[in-house]
Write a protein that binds this ligand. Structure first.
Ligand code: SF4
Length: 130
């Protein structure tokens, strides 16, 4: 199993203007001098645990944003392309990246249909015949 690359922060002293946003967002990584300019703590290495903690926070935030945007589509009619049995996509669902729209498995793959979005499950939607 390969080790993940170490992340490091570095403050360019010629560009730092002393806003202290870095310290307020990541006090584990930055300290301020007497003029309010920031410096990385130690060699700037970001601890592995902090990387995972921040990724989890961002993932939870993104999941809630995605869920809210998907729920906002309930009741709308969308044009979908049936990808496979019971699975369709509109212009919003890129393969292998975004969610899918679950449709009746009686719809033939390769055909277009208008469906009404009737439910949302995280990134996925359910569509019924319009
Ligand atoms: S204090 Fe931090 S956030 Fe502000 S300019 Fe310097 S490095 Fe950037």
């Amino acid at each position: 199993m390969s080790k993940s690359p170490r992340l490091k922060v570095h403050v360019d002293q010629d560009k730092c203007q002393g806003h202290a946003r870095c310290k307020s967002l990541a006090p584990e990584l930055f300290e301020l001098d007497e003029f309010g300019n920031a410096h990385e703590i130690g060699d700037g290495t970001v601890p592995e645990g902090l990387v995972k903690e921040r990724l989890n926070e961002l993932s939870e935030l993104q999941d809630s944003i995605t869920a809210a945007r998907r729920e906002a589509l309930i009741g709308t009619t969308v044009d979908v392309l049936v990808d496979g049995p019971g699975v369709a996509r509109s212009h919003r669902e890129a393969p292998e990246i975004d969610g899918i729209i679950a449709v009746s498995d009686t719809l033939a793959p390769g055909t277009f249909h208008d469906v009404v979005i009737v439910d949302a499950f995280g990134p996925d939607l359910e569509g019924a015949p319009a």
